[in-house]
Design a protein around this ligand. Structure first.
Ligand SMILES: [Fe+2]
Length: 286
């Protein structure tokens, strides 16, 4: 097998071809994939056909798996594989088989409301709506967002911590066991710096997590809202983003601490089923 790497026409993202991820892969392939994941932040593999155990086996080349956060229904979607998450709008026998429905999923990074968020995520498409029905996924590069931040905003964000809301998922649904947030100063979730420094390289990135219910510690609420709005408006500009139009068999792997992602809504009459894993982070965010 010869790996081919092609950078996509955006400030992040690369396509890797020439590899079948359903079986064992060599340590040099793992190293290559890790390198592309570090540099380009999002990797797209096409034409993969992975069973759940195969998705788990591939994911484990990059570290231990991190179980999904609590979903609105209070139990794992895949009984036999609780370490995997299902992202789907399909309802069977009156019960959703997965999370997030068919609506928009707003910009976020996964599970940053915990102290040590997952470092990587994998999403494998099993069924997707036709291209005109919506459901594209977008990624934004947080290194470039930091590097292009106007000096006054850089200064305002420096040294500040924000709370990352644990109560709701990216589709705005309340997670089982959480209450609606009515005062952002009381938001429950981990506190992380607005500007993260990548261990090893020292490179800085904006680290925003999710906008709803966020709050910059120690600020007046109105000041915090204004700073967060300005940072989010900057960080999610189309010039920093990659748009992925899904096909069945795509597997995406992304660098969860260095990108934000969001999803377009899609036609509720269509079916979309994706299985997902995530890789545990090794340390808190600094
Ligand atoms: Fe997500």
């Amino acid at each position: 097998m010869t790996l081919t790497i092609k950078n996509l026409g955006a400030p992040l993202g690369a396509e890797i071809s020439g590899i079948d991820l359903s079986g064992p892969i060599t340590s040099s392939a793992v190293e290559t994939i890790e390198g592309v994941w570090r540099d380009r932040l999002v990797i797209v593999f096409h034409d993969q056909k992975l069973s759940d155990p195969q998705l788990i086996a591939f994911s484990k080349y990059f570290g231990e798996l991190d179980a999904p956060g609590p979903n609105p229904y209070g139990q794992p979607f895949l009984k036999d594989h609780p370490e995997l998450n299902v992202i789907s709008n399909v309802v069977e026998n009156g019960k959703p088989i997965g999370n997030l429905g068919d609506g928009e999923a707003v910009w976020h990074a996964d599970m940053t409301y915990v102290e040590v968020p997952p470092k990587a995520a994998m999403l494998h498409s099993l069924e997707v709506p036709p291209p005109e029905a919506g459901g594209n996924t977008y990624f934004s590069n947080m290194f470039v967002a930091y590097e292009t931040l106007p000096a006054d905003l850089k200064k305002a964000a420096e040294g500040k911590l924000a709370v990352h809301d644990a109560s709701a998922n990216s589709a705005g649904m309340l997670r089982k066991g959480y209450k609606e947030v009515t005062d952002v100063r009381l938001t429950v979730g981990a506190h992380h710096p607005l500007i993260r420094t990548e261990p090893g390289t020292g490179r800085k990135a904006l680290f925003l997590g999710r906008r709803p219910n966020a709050y910059v510690l120690g600020m007046e609420v109105t000041e915090s809202e204004a700073l967060l709005d300005a940072l989010w408006a900057h960080a999610t500009q189309p010039r920093f983003t990659l748009c992925h139009r899904w096909k069945v068999g795509d597997l995406l792997m992304w660098n969860n601490l260095s990108v934000l992602h969001r999803r377009d809504p899609f036609d509720p009459k269509t079916r979309r089923i994706m299985h997902r894993s995530q890789i545990k982070g090794s340390e808190g965010v600094h």
